[in-house]
Design a binder for this molecule. Structure first.
Ligand code: PNS
Length: 188
């Protein structure tokens, strides 16, 4: 069997532990894996393309057959330009299936020689998505364990006011409940 070069395309805004898990799995079975970050001018991403490139390069530095690049336009055309014969996509749950199937079939219509391969990330990441990570982080909520530490740090830097407000509220709540507890103990 010939050696396969694969493209793992996505928005990665931001990269999650689920993405990293899939990249590590893909790196084991493909000779070369290119992680292609979509440069999408229509969406307004939380992280710039440069930030996403930097984060993913740091996170995959230990994987010698993985390369991080950016692309625009049709994914199938980009795949062809880098000689990838396979597209890697992750399926976390049945809910992903319909969208992924539709996309894979459209891509097959556009480029019949390009195969899509689906892999499942570890089940502990089955509910983790960039969208939910952004939502939690925008309210200053904890994202530990959902994203790699470098990404967590970047989110904290970018959303510093939200995190400060959230931490202050948590501290105020803790102080108020410990005050109430002391009063209750005095009465008893
Ligand atoms: O991380 P995402 O947002 O689920 O990734 C979606 C992505 C980037 C793989 C998809 O939107 C894509 O391939 N866009 C490039 C434009 C394209 O080829 N569209 C046709 C898809 S059927």
């Amino acid at each position: 069997m010939s050696k396969v070069s694969a493209l793992y395309p996505g928005s990665f805004d931001p990269p999650t532990n689920g993405h990293l898990d899939l990249i590590e799995r893909g790196a084991k079975i493909f000779e070369e894996l290119v992680v292609g970050i979509l440069r999408n001018s229509e969406k307004s991403p939380m992280f710039s393309l440069a930030e996403r490139l930097e984060m993913l390069k740091t996170l995959t530095a230990h994987l010698k057959n993985v390369r991080i690049e950016a692309f625009h336009g049709l994914m199938v055309e980009y795949a062809k330009s880098i000689n990838a014969t396979c597209v890697l996509r992750g399926i976390r749950a049945v809910s992903d299936y319909e969208y992924e199937l539709q996309m894979a079939l459209m891509n097959r219509k556009l480029e019949p020689t390009l195969e899509t391969v689906f892999m499942m990330p570890a089940d502990k990441y089955s509910y983790v998505s960039s969208r939910l990570v952004r939502e939690v982080a925008q309210i200053g909520g904890p994202v530990k364990g959902l994203v790699p530490e470098v990404v967590e740090q970047k989110l904290r830097e970018k959303l510093e006011p939200a995190y400060r407000f959230h931490d202050e509220m948590q501290e105020a709540t803790a102080r108020s409940s410990s005050g109430k507890e002391k009063k209750r103990k005095k009465k008893v």
